[in-house]
Ligand binder design. Sequence first.
Ligand code: C5P
Length: 218
Amino acid sequence: FNTGSLVGKTVCITAGPTREPIDPVRFLSNHSSGKMGYALAQACIEAGATVKLISGPVNISPVDRAEVIAVETAEEMLSAAMEHALGVDLFIAAAAVSDYRVAQRAPQKLKKVDSDDLQLVLVQNPDILASVAKHPQRPQCVVGFAAETNDVVRYAKDKLARKQLDWIVANDVSRTDSGFNHDDNAVTLISATSEQSISLAAKNQIAAQLVTILAASL
Ligand code: C5P
């Protein structure tokens, strides 16, 4: 694709899951592999951008020439975003952020209790994408992902407006051949005035197509 289309631009990307500790040895998380975010980072590097990749814990090899900021929790991801994403040319939130964290992480390993159930109190995590998009030093272009199982485009458009995004990448996660924790993906890229489908392909091909379209919009 169009190599060089992001020369001189800085891109910040969030990727992977977050991990929310319960106690020193346990956490809440999800099955996000980080592949889509890492593929986007790679595509942006190939297009000539300076890339800052804010990454939750993943098992994939780092992207050559990207600056990786490793984080675990959503709160750490938010502070990394406040430090690295503000004022950049393009911010892409591909991370699967845990919606909730444990209200009070136990300082010591929790012991099995003398009853059949144990209750954990959860509190909502901050929305990193919305915090960046609504910040006074908002990046020039802000892109989110929307994983939906039904009414994919409608819910994605809601999210685009609610989080004040320039683009949203809608992902039908009811499909068994793509999306979460898969090598392939099929997406629809939506703005306030446009809608384009990118058919099923490897995540690095989807990433290259997305980056070409996003770069042309800057
Ligand atoms: O609201 P929902 O979780 O469906 O939104 C998904 C989009 O918002 C993704 O781009 C994701 O990276 C981002 N997000 C975030 N911080 C959160 C929740 C979601 O940045 N706490």
